[in-house]
Design a protein around this ligand. Structure first.
Ligand code: ADP
Length: 350
């Protein structure tokens, strides 16, 4: 098989052989033409034709073949360089791929470790919260019984018990919030979704709220005739109680708190409006993040951990809704959330 290298070698040899053969042919022919055929003595044409056909022609062929050989050599060199570059490139690509593979594996291991730690944290939080919830329920029940049936308590003892009851209720709420959040974050929250009538739910929330506080004036919009929503009844109650709790906490006593529910664009929008301190614009998204509290003296005076709105947001979103806040500092805030209408969901399913 003829390779590029053997071809180049043959051409290199030919650049000498071919001109010599050509010269010999020309010399032979001219000798035959000028001396043998005409039997004449050598004339000047003989020398001129030898020089023109026998020297210039073969020399031109020699240079042409030399140029071809050198071009082929240059081509060889370029090919060798390209090959070398290719090898170098492949080595570099292989090196990079290897280091990327290693970095990816490391990242995967770190991710697995983080997930494991997160799972352990969630398990730990759930365990601790469970363990705290049971004794707290007993404590709450015990205090309630004492307050209701112990007749010979003096004023100081009763006040102390009321403070213990209040603190214990707060602790219970905190533990419940932490437990709920860890369940939601771990994707283990079970939602009981179905059609829910708002009128009885709002009536129940109203009873609960008005039983614990009389410091505010509550205005409830008429819930009769509202379409059914698609939600988890207990979780919807939690959301409303949390928003109402905040409205009470962050607005002055005797101010008005309005609760409204109205269908809007294929969903139900429920809002809680207060006449409290309001929320600065730059805080309005952050307050829905975990542990975020507005850094103001009024907020610091109010008890809290910055978990309520985070949990409310997770619960609203888990039920296919959205939550937002409109607010004017010094005038008040309106927290609204949307929730799907039952007929929309059932219509989609059917
Ligand atoms: P917490 O009330 O326990 O601090 P939340 O998550 O319920 O936690 O609220 C986060 C923060 O948002 C509060 O600390 C408060 O600064 C602000 N906030 C919530 N509700 C209101 C409201 N109705 N008016 C003014 N600020 C509010």
């Amino acid at each position: 098989m003829i390779t590029a290298q053997s071809l180049r070698r043959q051409i290199a040899a030919l650049r000498w052989i071919l001109p010599i053969i050509l010269f010999l042919i020309v010399a032979g022919y001219e000798t035959w033409e000028h001396m043998i055929v005409s039997y004449e003595a050598v004339d000047p044409d003989f020398h001129i034709e030898i020089i023109v056909f026998g020297v210039v022609g073969p020399t031109a062929v020699h240079f042409a073949l030399t140029w071809l050989t050198q071009s082929l050599q240059a081509l060889d060199r370029t090919q060798a360089e390209i090959q070398q570059l290719n090898i170098e490139l492949e080595r570099k690509v292989e090196e990079r791929t290897q280091s990327l593979r290693e970095a990816y594996e490391e990242l995967e291991q770190t991710n697995e470790r983080l997930q494991e730690l997160d799972r352990l944290k969630s398990d730990f939080v759930s365990l601790v919260s469970h363990e705290l919830r049971t004794p707290l329920t007993s404590i709450n029940g015990g205090i309630e019984l004492i307050l209701r049936f112990a007749e010979n308590l003096d004023k100081g003892q009763r006040e102390t018990l009321l403070i213990i009851s209040e603190q214990s209720a707060r602790l219970t709420k905190l533990v419940e919030n932490i437990l709920d959040i860890s369940m939601i974050e771990a994707g283990r929250l079970q939602l009981n979704l179905g059609p829910v009538a708002l009128a009885p739910l709002l009536a129940q929330v109203r009873r609960e709220i008005e039983a614990v506080t009389s410091a505010h004036h509550f205005r409830w919009s008429d819930p009769s005739g509202l379409p059914l929503v698609w939600a988890d009844e207990d979780r919807l109650t939690d959301i409303l109680l949390n928003l109402l709790d905040n409205a009470i906490k962050y607005s002055p006593a005797r101010s008005e708190v309005t609760i409204q529910a109205r269908p809007d664009d294929g969903r139900m929008v429920v809002s809680v409006t207060d006449c409290g301190m309001g929320i600065p614009e730059e805080e309005r998204l952050k307050i829905f993040e975990k542990f975020h509290r507005v850094d103001s003296r009024d907020t610091k005076d109010a008890y809290g951990y910055g978990l309520g709105l985070y949990m409310v947001r997770l619960l609203v979103e888990a039920q296919g809704g959205q939550i937002w806040v409109e607010s004017t500092v010094g005038e008040g805030s309106r927290f609204s959330f949307s929730i799907p209408l039952a007929k929309e969901i059932e219509g989609d399913a059917g």
